[in-house]
Write a protein that binds this ligand. Structure first.
Ligand code: M6R
Length: 605
């Protein structure tokens, strides 16, 4: 949560413009409040307030920092400590305004530090944990040989997770460090950036350094220097990011979510590119030679939210092919195993979700092999796990995960093909691997022909929406419900269809449409559940493939998708549900890309 950015520009660069623009691209990380601190000849100029970055930009238009400065830091907040008020907005300063700090993460020992600093005469303005950092540095400045020493001494006192960028009044330098929260250095022709994520500066440079925990970075007019806390130089490679700056803009779409739904034919093609041989259906996963999984006796898949649903799909798929596999919500994972030593796959779009990272670390402490299935190159999961497999979906900005779910599912099919082949389990049906290469076209057709809008107009005022499925359709039902509730604020729940009669059926009425997900597997049994629901008067929307005529004859309404292999149906089925949620939320006039109380990247447990 929270996005931070620092800009040290070359002469003539207006850091405020770059920081504001970067904050807009980080807004998906939080949008409770925003602020900026600008290094100026008369001290550090702070502008901050609750509300959106547009509000902050309007305020800066009215009261622009004078003169222009090449050095500034900025923050967009998702509240953890303290309400989203003007006072709690970052940047925070010490008592004398000598230091300004922006922070993403949580300082666990902030209460102890606050008490100590208060006893030393410091007065605090906010309820945040972050403010202690500014006071600590200010406390250490007078006795330190250099501002860097004061900074590192303060950082040495911090416990918890943090990515920090900091300015010291009158010092022409940008100070930053990280521990447990992401921080990337952008190295451009016109100076450097430090930010929580690459889209913050991708318009300016695609050359990045992924900083590691404990790295201290100081940017000056001479360039950047990375050291340990003790001042030992650290050499980190400069890498080139393959994302296109256009990918981080909405283009002609009203919302990032709609843009990202419609990008799925492309993002799926990227996920599959070079990984399936059309002639032999052989699967090649870069970084994994044949036999790389030969010693895998079981698999744990862990994730949160949408990524958990993909994990659940992966576990079902592996089990169907004879590989013992289980999916876990990352926040509930304990790595306790029976006699198995499972491969632990962390499914995470961002690679920064604290719950997932925590679960992966638990697995590593238990001596288990870990693999990150992620979208973000250089993310913490990618760096900390033993192995990494990228889903190659491109940047996803909308808080609701869409294209990344499809890419996770497609990549899990390929991974299943490789694991089953390496361990000698039931091979994935070659017809499935043949069909997967056409998946982008299947999705393209769904996007071109979907009637989800019509159904949205009929059902957007319903009392609640229930989603049911069996087998691989169950994660789709969960995902449909999550998508709808998070962006429309309407009550939506997903259930395994067989469970309805054990309780949830009591909720079903004429005003609660039930969306039944048919993937061509266990359709007969699901039809029996549909009839139970219809007997209670609920309208049933069948999500089904075009050739499912028997099902079509039973359900009241249909959302169809072109025929594909049953193992792949979850992808086009989910696309229909993404569209349904999107249209319902739009009809209800919800802030689709920035749902209340949520943030894209959840970096706190
Ligand atoms: O980045 P991750 O995939 O680890 O994120 C996990 C969840 O926070 C995420 O999928 C969340 O549930 C989405 N907002 C759902 O649309």
């Amino acid at each position: 949560m929270c996005g931070i950015i620092g800009r040290f520009g070359a002469d003539g660069i207006d850091a405020v413009d770059d920081v504001l623009h970067g904050l807009k691209n980080l807004e998906y990380r939080g949008y409770d409040s925003a602020g900026i601190a600008v290094q100026g000849p008369n001290g550090i100029d702070i502008h901050k307030q609750s509300g959106t970055i547009d509000r902050l930009a309007a305020e800066l238009d009215e009261r622009p920092p004078e003169p222009r400065s090449h050095l500034a830091i900025g923050h967009t907040r998702w509240s953890t400590h303290g309400r989203p008020t003007d006072e709690n907005a970052h940047p925070h300063t010490g008592c004398h305004g000598r230091v300004a700090v922006v922070h993403n993460g949580i300082i666990d020992n902030h209460e102890t530090l606050r008490a100590e600093l208060t006893a030393a005469g410091h007065e605090f303005d906010s309820e945040t944990d972050t403010e202690v950092v500014a006071h600590l540095v200010e406390e250490y400045l007078p006795g330190a040989a250099t501002p860097r020493d004061a900074f590192t001494r303060a950082v040495g006192r911090l416990e918890g997770s943090y990515a920090i960028a900091l300015l010291v009044d009158g010092v022409d330098a940008l100070f930053a460090t990280r521990a447990g929260s992401p921080l990337v250095l952008g190295v451009g022709e016109t100076g450097c950036f430090l930010a929580s994520d690459v889209p913050a500066f991708l318009d300016h440079t695609d050359r990045v350094v992924y900083l590691e925990d404990g790295d201290v970075t100081v940017v000056t007019a001479d360039g950047y220097a990375i050291t340990t806390l003790d001042g030992e130089p650290v050499d980190r490679p400069v890498e080139t990011v393959e994302w296109d700056p256009e990918d981080t803009q909405k283009g002609t779409h009203d919302h990032f979510m709609s843009k990202e739904i419609f990008e799925q034919p492309t993002s799926l093609s990227q996920a599959l590119q070079g990984r399936v041989d059309p002639a032999t259906q052989g699967v090649t996963l870069e970084r994994f030679d044949p036999g790389a999984f030969a010693d895998v006796s079981a698999v744990h898949l862990i994730g949160c939210g949408t990524s958990y649903h993909a994990a659940l799909y992966g576990a079902i798929l592996l089990r169907q092919h004879g590989v013992p596999a289980q999916a876990f919500l990352a926040s509930e994972y304990s790595a306790v195993t029976d006699s198995e030593t499972p491969l632990v796959i962390g499914v995470t779009q961002s690679g920064e979700t604290a719950d997932t990272l925590g679960a992966l670390r638990t697995a590593q402490e238990a001596g288990l092999r870990t693999l990150a299935l992620t979208n973000v190159v250089g993310s913490t999961a990618a760096r900390e796990c033993d192995d990494v497999l990228y889903i190659r979906a491109g940047p996803e900005i909308g808080v609701a995960a869409t294209k990344t779910f499809a890419s996770q599912v497609a990549t899990l099919v390929l991974l299943t093909a490789r694991i089953t082949s390496d361990v000698g389990a039931t091979p994935v049906d070659p017809d499935c691997l043949r069909a997967i290469t056409s998946l982008p076209d299947v999705v393209k057709e769904v996007l071109a022909t979907s009637n989800a809008f019509d159904l949205a107009t009929r059902f957007h005022t319903a009392d609640a929406h229930f989603f049911i499925g069996r087998g691989a359709a169950y994660p789709v039902a969960l995902e449909g419900a999550l998508k709808l509730k998070e962006i429309s604020y309407e009550h939506a729940e997903g259930f395994p269809a067989g469970e309805l009669k054990h309780g949830p059926l009591a909720l079903v009425t004429e005003s609660t449409p039930v969306i039944a997900v048919f993937t061509g597997h266990e359709d007969e049994r699901l039809l029996a559940n549909v009839r139970e629901v219809q007997a209670r008067g609920a309208p049933v929307v069948g999500l089904l493939s075009e050739s499912s005529t028997t099902v079509a004859g039973v359900v009241d309404e249909a959302l169809t998708f072109p025929d594909t292999h049953p193992l792949l149906s979850p992808v086009p089925a989910t696309v229909q549900l993404q569209l349904l949620s999107y249209h319902i939320a739009n009809l209800l006039n919800r802030p689709i890309d920035k749902p209340r109380n949520l943030a894209k990247s959840v970096t706190v447990e």
